[in-house]
Unconditional design. Sequence first.
Length: 245
Amino acid sequence: MSRRKQIYEGKAKVLFEGSEPGTIIQYFKDDATAFNNQKKGVITGKGVLNNRISEYLMTKLNDMGISTHFIKRLNMREQLVRKVEIIPLEVVVRNTVAGSLAERLGLKEGYNLPRSIIEFFYKSDELNDPLVTEEHITAFDWASAQEMDELVSMTLRINDFLSGLFFGVGIKLIDFKLEYGRVFVDDQFKVILADEISPDSCRLWDLNTNEKLDKDRFRRDLGSAEEAYQEVARRLGVLPENTNN
Ligand code: TMP
Ligand code: ASP
């Protein structure tokens, strides 16, 4: 790896300064964590697969006019992205009840919601990413009301698009998490999609068998996590020949 400045190390990615101003290199690790870092492990080859899967999905979103931070994939584990000021929210979309929604409200997993739900979590490891409402978000200036409007309408479009895309390869998009950032263009701030979209940040169930093809295989010790990520990449047509690099 060439000498370059590390900006940040997260649980699943490392960020380096990019060669051009206003760019960042995202390096995808195989490290997996769950439950706010209480559970730690490695899913071999995950970084390579998430790099490809996120590249594929972000490119499609860019093509349909949704601005994302993605610029280009650099190699097996790295992609060049635009530098953004991260909005400190995890924006979760739910189409089917699962995970923390099931727990919080005592619901059975697998219930198809009559309409999709968007939830916001304030990004704070110390506070364990608490659920917040738009009123908290605007009151504490984490995002403006206008940014929230932009972000919600982008999120709904992304959900429609990704649901259809995954459906086409026999996968049900149960829920997923997005992160947004702001960039300064033409004298104003604009909201764009950041972070990644991968089996780390989505719940993906096989359409016919309901088999889990996502990070729940790691969170819940179901085994074959690596194979599940590979299966998602294979169905999307982006499975590389070798994932060990
Ligand atoms: P949850 O049911 O645990 O709230 O998760 C909802 C979705 O968000 C699920 O697809 C996994 C994703 N997610 C992340 O990407 N990062 C996180 O830290 C959490 C808690 C969930
Ligand atoms: N990635 C998060 C963590 O490290 C949680 C999760 O995805 O379950 O805690």
